[in-house]
Design a protein around this ligand. Structure first.
Ligand code: HEM
Length: 413
């Protein structure tokens, strides 16, 4: 069998490539990329399980999530892994980025690896934003209202982008379908494609290692060689993955994933809070109101992303660890402390303040059915608003706690 495969596939070359030694000075921080990849796979696996029961429509989504948490065997555990795994993913990817900054690993010839990484960071945040709406509970709905409203403030394309996200003028059934499609099809394809490019580049250039002296050449040939990638580094990475999984499993088993009441578009007094990793942006908005609003909603985030993308071209200093580069050290410290500080402030802000922010970013134009839709309903026309019909509402009133995403007898007939 081995000979058969050897004759047909370049297995010997592949194995020799994997056994090539890594730079001598490598520490545990070099496993963060592998941990991010492990989490991406874990999210894909747990998400595939959740998709077996989930239904992306306003009348079924919340019920489906309740059903998963309360009725499906291991449903609550898998949902916990997916929920806490998303937060872990943001933390690990952020730490991986920081590791790359600390050891100047973004410098030539690794600029494209870095750029693919920045896009991956955006995709990871995109997963968080689109996934947050899916349970269709109060916090999901109102945080998305605010999020989409923020994107509408961008110049030129803002309104268009918001309309495309909403699938119309309101957050409703079409929005939920779009977010679900983005979350389960578009973003996963993008993520795995980008990870493919990212890893190909990482393998092509070899690991950069820890910079030892300022004149060091960044090409992999010149670095002092140490342990091989396989089996030594792979073994360390797998141990890291196991530890991470045990921690995540413990969290998933001990902290239930929050689920508020079903989204009520008429309850505009709800405190709209995004997931914790968007809190710093949310807090930022509070300092820019009125005509300056666009600075918080668009200018600062866009400039931040552009600067991050072009970092390898902006910082052309010699390669050295961060603490030997005073300017880079100051900028990185200010950015990390700023993000952490704003996150803490956002998390501890009282409810009223958050409400004021929602008002400041312009209320959603209309969360109630539009006039055209009302007229159409009166005339008995078919409206694809995916809202509950009167019969369905009566049905739900009669049978309490019906997991109504399952077909009812009437529907079967
Ligand atoms: C889903 C997200 C990501 C995955 C799965 C991922 C995966 C990996 C892996 C497995 C490595 C090799 C091991 C290591 O150096 O840790 C690596 C290296 C690298 N990553 Fe990422 N990464 C992700 C996000 C990012 C981000 C957000 C950035 C920066 C913006 C980035 C920039 C880099 C760079 C420059 C290297 C080369 C480091 C070196 O040669 O020393 N990556 N990545």
């Amino acid at each position: 069998m081995r000979q058969f495969l050897n004759e047909r596939l370049p297995l010997t070359e592949f194995s020799a490539h994997l056994r090539k030694p890594l730079p001598k000075h490598i520490n545990l921080l070099f496993s963060l990329g592998s941990l991010a990849m492990f989490l991406l796979l874990l999210q894909a696996a747990t998400g595939a399980f959740l998709a077996l029961y989930y239904s992306p429509s306003p009348e079924h989504a919340h019920n489906a999530v309740t059903y998963i948490s309360e009725e499906v065997p291991f449903g609550s555990f898998v949902r916990g892994l997916h929920h806490w795994g998303a937060s872990a993913m943001v933390i690990i990817v952020f730490l991986h980025l920081l590791r790359v900054v600390i050891y100047s690993s973004y410098k030539a010839p690794r600029e494209l690896t870095w750029i693919a990484g920045v896009f991956l960071l955006l995709v990871v945040l995109g997963f968080g934003f689109t996934g947050y709406l899916l349970p269709w509970d109060e916090k999901a709905y109102w945080a998305t209202v605010v999020g989409v409203e923020i994107s509408s403030t961008a110049p030129v394309l803002g309104d268009f982008v918001a309309k495309v996200m909403r699938g119309g003028t309101e957050i409703g059934a079409v929005t939920l379908t779009r977010f679900y499609a983005l979350h389960t099809i578009w973003l996963p394809w993008l993520a795995f494609g980008l990870v493919g490019v990212h890893l190909l580049l990482v393998r092509y250039y070899g690991s950069s290692g820890i910079p030892q002296n300022p004149t060091e050449d960044m090409s992999s040939q010149s670095v002092e060689r140490g342990k091989p990638f396989y089996p030594d580094q792979v073994f360390e990475d797998v141990v890291g993955m196991l530890i991470l999984f045990v921690v995540l499993a413990a969290v998933a088993l001990s902290i239930p994933v929050p689920l508020e009441g079903i989204a009520d578009p008429t309850n505009a007094s709800h405190d709209p809070r995004p997931e914790w990793y968007f809190l710093f942006l949310f807090q930022l908005l509070k300092y820019f109101q009125g005509p300056l609003e666009i600075v918080g909603t668009f200018v600062i985030p866009t400039v931040g992303i552009v600067l991050l993308l072009f970092l390898p071209f902006l910082d052309r200093s010699e390669r050295a660890v961060l603490w030997k580069r005073p300017v880079a050290l100051t900028v990185t410290t200010v950015c990390v402390a700023g993000i952490a500080g704003l996150t803490l402030l956002g998390a501890s802000s009282p409810k009223l303040e958050t409400e004021e922010t929602l008002q400041a970013i312009e209320q959603p134009q209309n969360t109630m059915p539009s006039d055209t839709e009302m007229e159409a309903v009166e005339e008995g026309e078919e409206v694809f608003d995916f809202q509950l019909t009167e019969e369905e509402i009566e049905g739900t009133e009669e049978e309490e706690e019906v997991f109504d995403f399952q077909l009812t007898e009437e529907e079967l007939q």
